[in-house]
Design a protein around this ligand. Structure first.
Ligand code: HEC
Ligand code: HEC
Ligand code: HEC
Ligand code: HEC
Ligand code: HEC
Length: 202
């Protein structure tokens, strides 16, 4: 038997072009199907797209774990997010508040040492925002906190979970709910809150 007898015949250029076009077309269809599936699944879960690690919160300049402070130390959300019951923004606490404990707590922990360096330099921490509505949208924390804590007779810090999920159990904060227009408006409708455009748009 001669070597090479079993080699497939070399495809002609015409065949190559046909196969190329066929694979491009099928690739396109697969992409469309995957895209639609991602949309359906994420809408069904009521969460932002969680494919390719989108649900992972961003890395922060200092790895601040809510778990340690909320679950283990029992700190209330409003202890740090002080503005949340009275203002539009919840606000992130300044380094000075962290240092009331970390001047002494957490010796030898790398992330706490980083925090102390920032404090000693008199700098602020550039926290990466996880939730943000566009500039043309008006959002107000206090209105929501007051409404739901009164209606359901719960603490302010128990209202947060409605929109943010169980932050106390997140090592890294991630977005738990869509908080896009349809989501906002649906909840407003269910609770007889205003749904006219100027409620949320300037
Ligand atoms: C010891 C202080 C402290 C406590 C207590 C605390 N937080 Fe935070 N929180 C922070 C800091 C610092 C950040 C910014 C870093 C980050 O995102 O992890 C933050 C970020 C957040 C964010 C993300 C903000 C954004 O960028 O969108 C949410 C939501 C949040 N906290 C909710 C809560 C809730 C709900 C509780 C109570 C269950 C809570 N926090 C308790 C300090 C605190
Ligand atoms: C009420 C006191 C208190 C406040 C306020 C506080 N912490 Fe802590 N934090 C602690 C304690 C206690 C620990 C655990 C220290 C240990 O394990 O030795 C800790 C742990 C940490 C750790 C290390 C987590 C780990 O396991 O590596 C970081 C980072 C941290 N805190 C950052 C912050 C930042 C940033 C703030 C301000 C937004 C803050 N803390 C506010 C008490 C506090
Ligand atoms: C009705 C839904 C809703 C509830 C309830 C809610 N949040 Fe928020 N939160 C949002 C939205 C929307 C944003 C983004 C706002 C923006 O971009 O101005 C946000 C942003 C934040 C931020 C970062 C920006 C800021 O305002 O400082 C923090 C921190 C935060 N929330 C903490 C809390 C805490 C703590 C509670 C409970 C006491 C809470 N939120 C309850 C919807 C909510
Ligand atoms: C879980 C339900 C819920 C969600 C989600 C929600 N809201 Fe609301 N919102 C309410 C309720 C209820 C009120 C009425 C509060 C009152 O009557 O004081 C309200 C009131 C408001 C107000 C009026 C505040 C004021 O000044 O009186 C604004 C603005 C607003 N929401 C914006 C938003 C935006 C923007 C979003 C989405 C990012 C959103 N809301 C998501 C329930 C919700
Ligand atoms: C309860 C709050 C709320 C009300 C009421 C509301 N919107 Fe919005 N709207 C939003 C939020 C939040 C976004 C931003 C969505 C995002 O993150 O893309 C938005 C985005 C938009 C956009 C930008 C396109 C888009 O979808 O991102 C337009 C246009 C818009 N709204 C028009 C309107 C009009 C017109 C009305 C009145 C019929 C209205 N909105 C009522 C919350 C609201």
């Amino acid at each position: 038997m001669l070597p090479g007898d079993f080699q497939p015949s070399r495809p002609t250029n015409k065949q190559l072009i046909k196969w190329g076009i066929l694979s491009l077309v099928s690739l396109f269809f697969v992409a469309v199907v995957v895209g639609v599936l991602m949309f359906v699944i994420s809408a069904w879960l009521g969460k932002p797209l969680s494919v390719f690690g989108y649900d992972e919160g961003p890395d922060q300049p200092i790895a601040f774990p809510h778990t340690r402070h909320v679950q283990e130390l029992g700190l209330d959300c409003t202890f740090c997010h002080r503005n949340v019951e009275t203002g539009a923004a919840a606000t992130i606490p300044p380094v000075g508040l962290c240092m009331t404990c970390h001047a002494v707590a957490g010796d030898g922990l790398a992330e706490v040492e980083k925090l102390r360096e920032v404090a000693a330099a008199g700098e602020a921490i550039d926290w990466v925002r996880v939730h943000r509505v566009p500039d043309f949208v008006r959002f107000n924390h206090s209105a929501h906190i007051i409404f739901f804590s009164e209606q359901d007779n719960i603490l302010s810090s128990e209202v947060c979970a409605v929109c943010h999920g169980d932050v106390g159990s997140m090592v890294k904060v991630e977005q738990a709910r869509y908080l896009k227009m349809a989501d906002c408006v649906n909840c407003h409708r269910d609770n007889n809150a205003p749904t006219d455009c100027v409620t949320c748009h300037y």
